[in-house]
Design a protein around this ligand. Sequence first.
Ligand SMILES: NC(=O)c1ccc[n+]([C@@H]2O[C@H](COP(=O)([O-])OP(=O)(O)OC[C@H]3O[C@@H](n4cnc5c(N)ncnc54)[C@H](OP(=O)(O)O)[C@@H]3O)[C@@H](O)[C@H]2O)c1
Length: 289
Amino acid sequence: MPAAALMRIMGRQRQGPWPGWLPVGGPAHHNAPMPSPNDASETTPLSAGVTGTAPGLTVVLGGTGGIGAALVEALSARGEQVLELGRRTVPRLDYAEESSVADAAQFLQQQLAQRGQTLTRLIVATGFLHGETASGQQAEPERSWKHLSADALSHSFQVNAIGPALVMRHFLPLLPRQGPCVAAFLSARVGSIGDNALGGWYAYRASKAALNQLVRTASIELARRNRQAVCMALHPGTVDTGLSQPFAKTGLQVRPPAEAAAELLAVLDGLTAADTGGFRDHRGQVVPW
Ligand SMILES: NC(=O)c1ccc[n+]([C@@H]2O[C@H](COP(=O)([O-])OP(=O)(O)OC[C@H]3O[C@@H](n4cnc5c(N)ncnc54)[C@H](OP(=O)(O)O)[C@@H]3O)[C@@H](O)[C@H]2O)c1
């Protein structure tokens, strides 16, 4: 291995809870500006499961993105065990390659078994709004149907809906069969059909709406495995990351990723099984589908 690559690995090696895990490279945008059963046990706050006697692990997919990295930082600062996975970690998780999703899940399963740990939180912080698509073309949010392109639509669905669906297939079975646990998928308010008053952003809106339906559907299947599990779509608010940076306008309230991460974790900590299958924002408010 070239010395420079080894230096990158060593530079990002997380000491402590996951000494065997070697993330590669640095965060992409880390510093970038930019219905239910109702018995009593199912209202246990999720944080109880995380801080209980069996140490729980949080896995952040897209942990090298702006919000994902802030979530990893915030959880680490709370002394919680956290594992970030993404396109530049080892193992790699890249939606362009389905086998990488399966391999990353298999790695996680082995690590959980070796450490006797429980996966109590799965946070999916991946997403795509603009930039280079898998075919090398540039995609921007569409202002009109005149700008619709099969390539941009395909890539948006790949990253915002199909990738998270593969995560559901390979990672949701790793959640415990009993006890509080949560799977949270970062969506976007613009994916709300009921809230769409402005139009535009066809590919992003439609792919996030697809994600929302996938989350709702998975929540029903997950509840059959574990009546205390929560599966949610979350809108993080407008956050200063690479994703939002080109669209930040004067007067638009853009919050630092650390603030968004703290708010999202507060929402996750307060969820109960009665909330599963829902779509909420960073303040915990229900977002219309
Ligand atoms: N920022 C906002 O204002 C805002 C508002 C509403 C909703 N959201 C949502 O919040 C989530 C996080 O957004 P963000 O602002 O943190 O964006 P970001 O900084 O651009 O991070 C996006 C993440 O997605 C990962 N990703 C992109 N393509 C991928 C692929 N093919 N396979 C696997 N991972 C891939 C990126 O990996 P790399 O690190 O390797 O590039 C990165 O970790 C997204 O779902 C976004 O839609 C954000």
